[in-house]
Ligand binder design. Structure first.
Ligand code: GLN
Length: 399
């Protein structure tokens, strides 16, 4: 029942809602976490670790707060962090990233992607996005007026058709989004694929906006190739990354954008007026995190390989047909064998009756029917969490 004043408030809200928000749906990924909490389900939906962040990083954050690093940092990032990042990036990329002109520290890759859209794209500009795609890219387009042009990644290897990609480039194309290692498919784009994309970017004068947040989570000897290292791509690549997945601190909201000085100058302005800056004490800790030796990243990947094997085993035993990821920490699974009408009905049953949460596959496609036979599980969880999910999943039977 709504009383009079509630009704009045609702009316006011209806009047003042901006048109650009009317097409937005709630994030399905975040909604699944809420439902998991509500129903006490083991949460294999949203991609955040349930195990602790490295002690060394936590201690560094505590020290920074005790040292009173509690006020704004420089808007585009604390100097110490940008310098440390520039050393890591220069080592990895083989070209020198200028911390004064080519780096912007932002509140997570989510802000990084959004400010890149805001700063670099005009309404009506076309942006090529591979599908299935991480769901934020849809709202990023919707809120900034960019027009997504989808190109399919085809299972089982999530290859794209060269002709389809070529055909997607038009005179209005301004950027292409490349998320490798890929969420949700686990695809890692090969050098040959990236070179093909790079050639099209150069030919059509298009920016590559890359989400490389899973760069260190790779399996079976797969190698991550940063787009900015390919010939002629340094100037036209906007690289987005963050501490979230690499250092298991998704709640810290510390990310960065690497781009040529002219692009960075626009990115910094949007970022400044949007958030002023990322959390100052956490940037101090992040400066220590990005200076960790190679062995840290090797161990991270090795631990995730064990988790991947465990969840692949559990899902296979349960009757899912799984696509084995080459990178990132998700498994796309085909639910056709269970006889449900679609992915949302299936996930609803999974959460409320079985006690395990996953993400409906449709949330990674523009046309929900294209993902109606898929769900996504994450394995960025403790061994005992995955074991508990396995015990619960034994009760799942075909309809
Ligand atoms: N990338 C994570 C996922 O796909 C979630 C990120 C987020 O919710 N901001 O589950």
């Amino acid at each position: 029942m709504t009383n009079r004043s509630e009704a009045a408030i609702q009316t006011t809200h209806r009047i003042f809602r901006a048109d650009r928000t009317l097409g937005l749906a709630e994030s399905v990924i975040r909604e699944m976490t809420r439902l998991a909490l509500q129903h006490g389900a083991v949460n294999l939906s949203q991609g955040y670790p349930d195990f602790p962040a490295p002690t060394m990083i936590k201690e560094a954050a505590k020290r920074a707060i005790d040292a009173d690093v509690n006020q704004y940092s420089i808007t585009w990032g604390a100097k110490k962090f940008r310098d440390a990042l520039s050393r890591k990036l220069t080592g990895e990329l083989g070209w020198e990233v200028d911390p004064e002109r080519e780096l912007t520290v932002v509140c997570g890759a989510t802000e990084g992607m959004f400010v890149a859209f805001m700063a670099l794209l005009n309404p009506g500009d076309e942006v090529i996005v591979f599908e299935p795609f991480y769901e934020n890219y849809g709202p990023d387009c919707e809120l900034t007026g960019a027009v997504p042009k989808l190109v399919s990644l085809h299972p089982p290897d999530f290859q794209f058709s060269r002709e389809a990609l070529r055909a997607a480039f038009t005179s209005r194309t301004r950027a292409i989004i490349i998320n490798s290692p890929n969420n949700p498919s686990g695809k890692v784009f090969s050098r040959e694929e990236l070179e093909f994309i790079a050639a099209l970017c150069r030919e059509h004068d298009v920016l590559a906006i890359t989400d490389e947040i899973y760069e260190h989570i790779l399996y079976d000897g797969t190698v991550h190739i940063p787009m900015s290292t390919l010939p002629g791509m340094r100037e036209r690549t906007v690289t987005i990354n963050s501490c979230s997945k690499t250092y298991s601190v998704t709640g810290w909201r510390v990310g960065w954008v690497v781009a040529a000085p002219e692009l960075t100058s626009s990115i910094r302005k949007v970022h400044d007026f949007l958030t002023v800056g990322a959390p100052a004490p956490l940037q101090e800790a992040a400066a220590e995190a990005v200076a960790l030796p190679r062995s840290y990243y090797e161990e991270l990947a090795a631990e995730y390989a064990l988790r991947r094997a465990k969840l692949m085993g559990i899902l296979g035993d349960t009757g899912f047909r799984c696509y084995k990821p080459s990178g990132a920490y998700y498994i796309m699974a085909d639910i056709s064998a269970f006889g449900f009408p679609n992915d949302t009905e299936f996930v609803k049953h999974l959460i409320t009756e079985i006690g395990v949460a996953a993400v409906p596959g449709s949330s990674f496609f523009r046309n929900p029917a294209d993902g109606a036979h898929l769900v996504r599980f994450t394995f960025c969880k403790k061994e005992e969490t995955l074991d508990e999910a396995g015990r619960r999943l034994r009760r799942l039977k075909p309809r």
